[in-house]
Design a binder for this molecule. Structure first.
Ligand code: GLG
Length: 823
């Protein structure tokens, strides 16, 4: 690639340059004037202006990559939960103050325009947000990297409440235009499905070809992933499905226009909507179509377009590390085999060695039901050639198992990629374990449990493959942008190097003993609460009191995360205030904030949402109780809300049953913003507690071995109910209809589930949790001690930067190196 385009300079990085570019965008792209422009026009012009500052860096990055090929990371993920783009682009380009000033000069407010951005909700929760943090870190660390994913036309649903119950509405995030993407229709890729395979023998060599039944086009959209002030802009490439022209035309030629349009709609369904299940795969055919669609397009893109023409594919592992974010993209393993063997003519064994070296797999769960499994019937129908390839991979793998462990047929059956019961199905986590060079969990405890339990046979077979990389979050978005007050205070104390080297936060440690620093820290926390008050008031019509302790539990609604345990605590406080056991005047005043979406088909989760809302209404409506506690449950919790909520929190609730939450990443965001954690010994909580120290963390609950032991001995939740009068009062109160207008049937399913099943041991941990909350209250009364602990939480959690996670992946798995961008 030689650059023949004359170099177009970026707009000048000053207020005049910015203003000129802004008016140009408003006039020539939006086609309007300052007087006539709608808020959306003004926002779109602003987004494009900021984008234009990053454009030459983006081009430079791509050009340099072409001239100096280096090993790249390709992060394959069905979800990228990006959050709003404008603010991040502003800080990455160093435009923050210039833009505010330039807009003010035109009589516009940056705050008002930034509020017009609709966040792309292209993910469910932690897994998707993690992918977004990772690509931010890779760009900031100057690593050549591409994110590959799906451009869903509808992201995660918008949640509303009707009578306290969740109602889902479509997320039409593209409706007002999407200034952050650039379509590349000329780089579209044809993706095939269905049909059959044919094997022929040419010159004594067997050759299999796939004769597909139908196909669609994958159209790429590029998004900028700017590094923080380093001149690099990486690419996130999201694929959108279009009907193939050939497909249209054939039907159209028969004269059936309506049928042609129907076919078009059918093809485009593939990227229509994000599946809203988090940690509970639905096994839907369309989902497998989505997975293969984006993975096949991405591999093709990398092999045919990113690599230079004539590249020798034997060297592929030197040029790319494909990271599989959970099992969603695992079909990439047989797809690369198909490309190498069927299309490029490599021998099977050669191709297999290359494939295993190119891929690595990250597991994000411990729940067995969350591991994806695809029926053989479906796989054979949709991807017949891939099914054959999987069979061969499995046969060869099981031979190796026999060779290593002897003819233990029980073991062979256990390790087979193909499950036999309850139906024949492909176990994607097993395929991932066999077809990759490394397998990692996302926190120390999780990786250990993967080795010891979920994938123990595979760990015995290939122990060297297993490693850990503890998750992290990007300090740019979740501290620098979300918490400007704290950021300024930190920078004043230790300089601004922490933004790209979060371990430097340890230099804050001495300031924990500085009374003036703590006072300013509290003042900032209070200011952050004021911002939250305004947000909840304007967005949800909810009133909260910034002078109360802000006790926050935000995450997907899932039984294992145990929002119910939190509800039992709220109900207990309600009961004690009402009965006079505690005095509303003297007790610690708390605001409980919940945020949670439930998968639309997950009944129990939806019942729990209703319970939270009903308890909240009762608490907030009671003249005595509401003096001391209030419940706020803003609907549609998302990344944008998190950015205001996290910096305001005093207490972070991380209360999953030990051994169930793989890592958690919300827990890291809260600690980094100076909230104290009440939590179990689960996921990354373990590492947070080790780093911040026991005295700055409220630990409670069973450990994973204790919980497992009780389960094995036969867990009987009702025995806790029988033996603990406080617990009995709380459950009886819910069962009595207190929170459902006297109707005892409404929450009966929840109560009876707790008493008779309680899979996640809420009742077993109840007393321990209540005791921990007592300790929280006592500690909170001593504001000096509390803020000292809060400062220490910030100073000691620099480890949880996603930059550190990326460094660990680079050292342990990818072995790629930084390439600074010149010029
Ligand atoms: C998972 C887990 C979380 C984890 C996240 C990112 O449930 O514990 O922090 O991925 O690794 N499905 C998820 O969101």
């Amino acid at each position: 690639m030689t650059e023949t385009t004359p170099l177009i300079a970026s707009p000048e990085l000053n207020v005049e340059g910015f203003t000129r570019q802004y008016l140009r965008e408003l006039t020539y792209t939006q086609g309007t004037t300052l007087e006539r422009a709608s808020t959306n026009d003004k926002y779109l012009a602003l987004a494009r202006t900021v984008r234009s500052y990053l454009m030459s860096r983006w081009n430079r990055t791509v050009t340099q990559q072409y001239h100096e090929p280096a090993r790249a990371v390709a992060y394959l993920s069905a979800e990228f939960l990006l959050g709003r783009q404008l603010d991040n682009a502003l800080i990455a380009s160093g435009l923050e103050e210039i833009a505010a000033e330039g807009l003010a000069g035109l009589g516009l407010s940056l705050d008002e325009l930034r509020a017009a951005e609709v966040e792309p909700g292209l993910g469910n929760g932690g897994l998707g947000r993690l992918a977004a943090c990772f690509i931010d870190s890779l760009a900031t660390m100057n690593i050549p990297a591409i994110g590959y994913g799906i451009r869903y036309e509808f992201g995660i649903f918008r949640q509303t409440f009707v009578d306290g119950r969740q109602v889902e509405e479509p997320d039409n995030w593209l409706d007002n235009g999407s200034p952050w993407e650039i379509a590349r229709p000329e780089q579209e890729v044809e993706i095939s499905f269905g049909g059959h395979t044919e094997t022929t023998t040419v010159d004594g060599v067997e050759k299999t070809t796939w004769v597909p039944g139908w196909s669609v086009l994958a159209l790429p959209y590029n998004y900028m992933v700017p590094g923080y002030l380093n001149g690099r802009v990486n690419t996130l490439r999201l694929w959108s499905a279009r009907a193939t022209h050939a497909f249209d035309l054939k039907i159209f030629n028969y004269g059936d226009y309506a049928e042609a349009v129907r076919a078009q709609t059918f093809a485009e369904n593939i990227t229509k909507v994000l599946y809203p299940e988090d940690s509970t795969p639905q096994g839907k055919e369309l989902r497998l179509q989505q997975q293969y669609f984006f993975v096949a397009a991405s591999l093709h893109d990398f092999v045919e377009r990113v690599l230079e023409a004539g590249f020798d594919l034997h060297d592929l592992p030197e040029r790319v590390a494909f990271q599989l974010n959970d099992t969603h993209p695992v079909i990439a393993i047989p797809e690369l085999m198909r490309v190498l063997v069927d299309l490029k003519g490599l021998a099977w064994d050669e191709a297999w060695a290359i494939t295993q070296k190119c891929f690595a797999y990250t597991c994000h769960t411990l729940l067995p039901e969350a591991l994806e499994v695809w029926p053989v019937e479906l796989m054979s129908r949709l991807l017949p050639r891939h099914m054959e390839i999987i069979y061969r991979i499995n046969d060869e793998f099981l031979e190796q198992v026999r060779a290593k462990f002897g003819n233990d047929e029980m073991l062979v059956r256990r390790m087979s990629i193909i499950a036999e019961y309850p139906e024949r199905a492909v176990r994607m986590a097993y395929l991932a374990s066999v077809g990759t060079t490394k397998i990692n969990g996302v926190a120390e405890l999780h990786s250990q449990l993967l080795r010891d339990k979920v994938l123990n046979d595979f760990a015995a077979f290939a122990p060297e493959k297993f490693t850990n990389v503890t998750n992290g979050v990007t300090p740019r978005r979740f501290v620098r942008l979300a918490n400007p007050g704290l950021s300024a205070l930190i920078t004043e104390a230790i300089g601004d190097g922490w933004v790209t080297d979060l371990s430097r936060l340890s230099e804050l440690e001495p300031f924990a003993d500085d009374a003036e620093f703590r006072r300013r820290f509290r003042e900032i926390k209070r200011g952050n609460k004021d911002r939250l008050v305004t947000l909840l008031k304007n967005r949800d019509g909810i009133d909260i009191d910034p002078d109360t302790m802000l006790d926050v539990m935000v995450k997907r609604l899932h039984e294992y995360k145990r929002q119910l345990l939190k509800v039992l605590h709220v109900v207990s406080q309600y009961d004690r205030l009402k009965s006079g056991a505690i005095d509303p005047a003297t007790t610690v005043h708390r605001t409980f904030v919940f945020g949670a979406k439930a998968a639309p088909g997950y009944q129990m989760a939806k019942e729990i949402i209703a319970l939270i809302n009903h308890v909240g209404a009762r608490v907030n409506g009671d003249p005595v109780v509401s003096q001391a506690l209030r419940v706020a449950f803003p609907a549609n919790y998302n990344v944008t809300v998190a950015e205001t909520l996290v910096p305001a929190a005093d207490l972070s609730e991380q209360i999953s049953l030990a051994g169930k939450e793989a890592s958690g990443t919300g827990n890291m965001k809260f600690a980094l913003n100076g909230a104290l954690t009440v939590g179990t010994d689960d996921g990354a909580n373990v590492e947070i507690r080790q780093l911040v120290g026991d005295e700055n963390f409220f630990l409670f609950g069973l450990t994973e071995p204790e919980a497992s032991a009780i389960q094995e001995a036969g867990y009987r939740p009702s025995s806790y109910y029988e033996q603990n009068p406080d617990l009995r009062r709380v459950l009886d109160l819910i069962a009595s209809g207190e929170f459902s207008g006297g109707d005892r049937s409404v929450f009966e399913p929840i109560v009876s589930n707790l008493l008779h099943e309680d899979r996640f041991m809420v009742l077993a941990d109840f007393q321990s949790y209540m005791d921990a909350q007592e300790r929280v209250d006592t500690y909170y009364r001593d504001q000096e001690a509390w803020s000292r602990s809060a400062v220490l939480n910030v100073a000691r959690t620099g480890f949880f930067s996603s930059d550190r996670s990326m460094q660990d992946y680079l050292d342990r798995i990818w072995h790629a190196s930084p390439v600074p961008i010149e010029g």
